[in-house]
Design a protein around this ligand. Structure first.
Ligand SMILES: [Zn+2]
Length: 293
């Protein structure tokens, strides 16, 4: 079973820049979204789109288009602040605002959540309690391997799992991993999707009982990204924007960018995908592993 997911935030982040949104950037995001929606509709594939609350308030027309095309809307926080950079109260406020904005925009209950930058970790398991309090039934925030930011290597599972925390339960769809003996790595989204060869990604997905892709629109842009300014880096990553940190990010975000969209289109032509809501009906949750945090 292959699940297709996208995180939708770029338009709203661009609008939040000092000086406002650059029209050429917005046009580029629009063009990539058009291209994606076209191929998904031709292949009759639906995706789960994790949108920020700000996308619903500032760009509701994009969410309406996604819904009209049969895609599932889920929550990707309100303003894209990472959960592990917020206090419990701040995350509660952010999640409440996001779910409220998304539900108002599409007129349907929001059931799914993905934290920005996979920022539910061993340090903030109370995040699950906040999600349950806001009516969230499933989460797709766990990156069960080492990662620069976020990541939950001790989670131990890369298949659908029932997470229990202080009397609540959330269905977890973690990022699937590619296992090379003891070494494990993500492969099905972001920079990893650009890094690994197409045949390896496709073969791993087809062999697995469970796979889930994850893309931001930015992951599909073919122009190399520029070195971020110190100010932009610090406002996004919430850590010192030293030259070394900025160069590391520059190299990572430019690995294989050129063919990410081509690769994704090829994958969409050759494989079937479902949304998380569709996957949810196929999973036998009674047999899923249970994790108590
Ligand atoms: Zn994001």
């Amino acid at each position: 079973m292959n699940i297709l997911t996208f995180d939708i935030e770029e338009w709203a982040l661009e609008a939040g820049r000092k000086g406002g949104a650059r029209p050429e950037k917005i046009a580029e995001y629009d063009r990539l979204l058009d291209q994606l929606l076209e191929i998904l509709s031709a292949r009759k594939i639906h995706a789960t789109c994790f949108c920020t609350g700000l996308m619903a308030t500032k760009y509701p027309q994009i969410l309406h288009r996604l819904v009209e095309n049969g895609h599932e809307i889920a929550c990707h926080s309100n303003v894209h602040t990472w959960c592990n950079k917020m206090s419990r109260e701040e995350m509660q406020e952010d999640t409440h605002a996001a779910v409220d904005a998304l539900e108002q925009c599409i007129g349907e209950k929001i059931k799914g959540y993905r934290a920005p930058a996979f920022s539910i970790t061993a340090q903030n398991p109370y995040a699950f309690e906040i999600l349950a309090q806001n009516g969230i039934e499933y989460d797709a925030s766990i990156f069960p391997a080492e990662r620069d930011f976020g990541g939950f290597p001790s989670f131990g599972y890369d298949v659908p799992t029932r997470v229990q925390y202080k009397g609540i339960e959330i269905k977890e769809y973690p990022i699937p991993l590619l296992h090379f003996g003891k070494w494990k790595t993500a492969y099905s989204g972001g920079g990893y999707f650009r890094l690994f060869p197409y045949y390896l990604i496709r073969r791993t997905m087809n062999k697995a009982d469970y796979a889930m892709t994850y893309f931001h629109i930015n992951d599909l842009i073919s122009e190399p990204t520029k070195l971020m300014s110190r100010e932009a880096y610090e406002s996004y990553f919430k850590e010192p924007g030293t030259l070394i940190n900025r160069y590391k990010r520059f190299i990572k975000s430019n690995i294989g960018t050129g063919d990410a969209m081509t690769k994704l289109i090829r994958l969409l032509r050759q494989n079937d995908f479902v949304t998380i809501a569709q996957a949810d009906m196929k999973i036998n949750w009674n047999e899923a592993p249970v994790i108590k945090l």
